[in-house]
Design a protein around this ligand. Structure first.
Ligand code: ADP
Ligand code: ASP
Ligand code: MG
Length: 470
């Protein structure tokens, strides 16, 4: 029988404290009884990536006190875990080396008073480059032979620092010889999530929350049979449990449903995680480190029909809506193409598009941090049309939230949007714009920041209503 391979990813909370680390080690130990080959991918210890970046911001300001405090906090978190786990001195040395490297990088930034995206990645990568040693230490203490492994040895990416893309065509050939010796020795490689390296060996990161993506990339590269993502909730839920305390976990979802949910703000998995799994049809499970017996959520090609048409509601905060409008736009060819080309040149990704059928306006949203610069850029692009009054103005509306309803049944069922809008109308939520995903498995609505919770709860009430008649 062919040997079966499992990739298990543990997020920040799941490796964030000695108790969590012990849970993690026990879960891996138990799982190894059923899987011949196990690879563990870990995030930085919870909160460490935020600290690393906050320290960089302090270094740019030249605030040496704050830099020192941040260094101490990061070092302390790791040394506490080493002490509580009674890990061997090898682990201590690895952490010391990481802290030493961080000190040098912070010093360089303090002197220069700036950090390039490349420098930011060198700094942000240290969370994972240290946590692999701690996680491997806890695994070894629990009797699981484990060896730390930096993904920069095989996870090649482009040099788009802070949001690098993996070079998928080259990764499998690099990864296989790296992993084979571990499998032969029945050792568990403990791989850094979040990071990769350019072909020249310069460290990159895959974007915040990118450890999930790393797990999927590794899974695809070594042809894993499944990828399991361990986090701090019972799988993917009908809504963010922090917003809707009554949220329930979803037993199954399709790749398409989870993609829409992740894209539209369900932080539980990074949106890019799905693609490597889809291409090789690798089942993905989301499970709870703190509740390992709970089945969590299984994600497959077609999911499974469950009661109800809509399965979940998500929200993405801090959005800005941009409207290009004018009576003369109808006669001017290529306004939409020029608008989106200009936005793309600014390196901003559009989160949602709606267009009025009259072609007198184009309306789309972008992350709030880019709203103003997109407005300025478009005013520049359309200077001539604005002067000629073909375009009236480039308007922006800030502090918005995109609320998205997800469910593959949306495609087949009439009247769902009507019921959703009625529910929102009944709670006096004003819908500013609407878009239906092209896959027809989601409907997104833009609402004001103050309406987010009301909107999410009103829709969530429809999802969990017993009859779910939507
Ligand atoms: P990790 O560090 O394990 O990657 P994250 O904090 O990135 O964990 O993601 C897990 C969190 O995602 C949960 O604690 C939960 O608050 C949040 N979340 C948002 N939307 C959902 C959802 N629909 N289902 C489950 N969790 C969600
Ligand atoms: N440690 C990284 C972050 O905090 C990656 C991750 O946790 O997935 O963004
Ligand atoms: Mg995460």
């Amino acid at each position: 029988m062919a040997e079966r391979t499992l990739v298990m990813k543990f997020g920040g909370t799941s490796v964030g404290s000695p108790d969590a680390l012990r849970n993690m080690a026990q879960i891996v130990g138990n799982t190894r009884k059923n899987w011949e080959r196990v690879v563990v991918v870990v995030s930085a210890m919870g909160g460490v990536t935020d600290l690393l970046l906050a320290g960089t911001a302090a270094a740019i300001r030249g605030d040496v006190d704050e830099v020192r405090k941040t260094l101490t906090a990061i070092a302390q978190k790791h040394t506490d875990a080493i002490q509580e786990g009674s890990l061997d001195p090898k682990t201590g040395n690895a952490i010391e080396a990481g802290i030493g490297e961080l000190k040098n990088l912070y010093h360089a930034v303090t002197v220069l008073r700036e950090a390039s995206p490349r420098a930011m990645d060198a700094i942000a990568s240290l969370g994972e480059r240290m946590s692999i040693h701690i996680a491997a230490g806890y695994l070894n203490s629990a009797g699981v032979p484990a060896v730390p492994l930096e993904a920069s040895t095989f996870l090649l990416t482009d040099s788009n620092f802070q949001n690098a893309s993996p070079l998928m065509a080259e990764i499998p050939a690099r990864a296989r010889p790296v992993f084979a010796p571990f499998f032969e020795r029945h050792e568990v490689p403990v791989v850094t999530g979040f990071i990769g390296a350019t072909p020249q060996g310069v460290i990159t990161t895959l974007g915040r929350g990118g450890s999930d993506y790393s797990a999927a990339i590794v899974g695809a590269a070594i042809q894993a049979d499944e990828v399991w993502i361990y986090t701090d909730v019972d799988g993917v839920m009908t809504a963010d449990p922090r917003v809707a305390p009554e949220a329930r976990s979803l037993p199954t979802l399709s790749y398409r449903e989870i993609s829409e949910m992740a894209y539209y703000g369900a932080k539980v998995v990074h949106p890019k995680t799905i693609r490597p799994c889809v291409e090789r049809q690798i089942p993905l499970r989301i499970k709870n480190t703190f509740h390992p017996d709970h089945p969590g959520t299984l994600i497959l090609a077609n999911g499974q029909a469950t009661d109800g048409v809509i399965k979940a509601v998500t929200a993405i905060r801090n959005q800005t809506m941009i409207t290009v409008q004018g009576g003369g736009m109808m006669g001017v060819p290529g306004i939409a193409a020029r608008t989106f080309a200009a936005v793309a040149r600014m390196g901003v990704s559009v989160t949602m598009i709606t267009q009025a059928s009259s072609e007198q306006s184009i309306c789309f949203s972008v992350p709030g941090s880019s709203g103003k610069s997109v407005q300025d850029g478009l005013e520049e692009e359309f200077r001539r049309e604005i002067d000629r009054e073909d375009i009236d103005a480039i308007d922006i509306l800030e502090n918005l939230v995109i609320v998205t309803v997800v469910g593959s049944g949306l495609r087949k069922t009439h009247g769902v949007s009507g019921r959703i809008f009625t529910a929102l109308g009944n709670t006096a939520v004003n819908i500013i714009a609407i878009a239906q995903g092209s896959s027809e498995c989601s409907i997104s609505m833009v609402v004001g920041k103050n309406d987010e919770i009301t909107a999410v709860l009103a829709i969530h009430a429809l999802i969990i209503a017993k009859e779910n008649i939507l």
